[in-house]
Design a protein around this ligand. Structure first.
Ligand code: 8GT
Length: 130
């Protein structure tokens, strides 16, 4: 399976909370929580995809974001290459434009999380309050 590039954004509030979304019904792993994002379209940079996904899914504008880390994971339905970005420079209030639930979390307490996303939480503790 050829890897698919996915742009994923970790939006951090000044108090350190991060935004998570729940995958809607009908998608693989529906009901699982993830950091918002989606597949990079052909001809698009990862940052462009990130900004587009946040507008489409949540009505949020990301003004700038910093590349943080990459994780590759093979699911039964896909082989993904996740590009995680951190942004503290965004505007708007999240809206559920695709019917998904979302939540700002301090210590991440929502469950279940997508398997590829779980190791990120520990790393995140080291940067979110910096
Ligand atoms: N946005 C996001 N996707 C993640 C995370 N962790 C993770 O494994 N993924 C995987 O990355 C892919 C994201 O693509 P997507 O949400 O645009 O695509 P999808 O599977 O819903 O399919 P579709 O959009 O073609 O219907 C999925 O395969 C998803 O399982 C994460 O934290 N955030």
């Amino acid at each position: 399976m050829k890897p698919v590039d996915v742009a994923v954004g970790i939006l951090v509030k000044p108090n350190g909370d991060v935004l998570l979304g729940q995958r809607p019904a009908g998608k693989p792993y529906d009901g699982y929580w993830e950091f918002p994002g989606g597949k990079v379209d052909p001809g698009e940079t990862i940052l462009e995809a990130l900004k587009r996904e946040f507008v489409e899914e949540l009505g949020l504008q990301i003004h700038s974001a910093e590349e943080w880390c990459g994780v590759e994971y093979v699911y039964p339905h896909a082989h993904v290459r996740l590009h995680f970005y951190i942004s503290r420079d965004w505007s708007g209030e999240p809206q559920s434009l695709e019917g998904q639930a979302f939540a700002w979390q301090g210590a991440v307490g929502v469950e279940p999380l997508l398997p590829a996303t779980i190791p990120l939480l520990e790393w995140l503790e080291q940067v979110r309050y910096s």
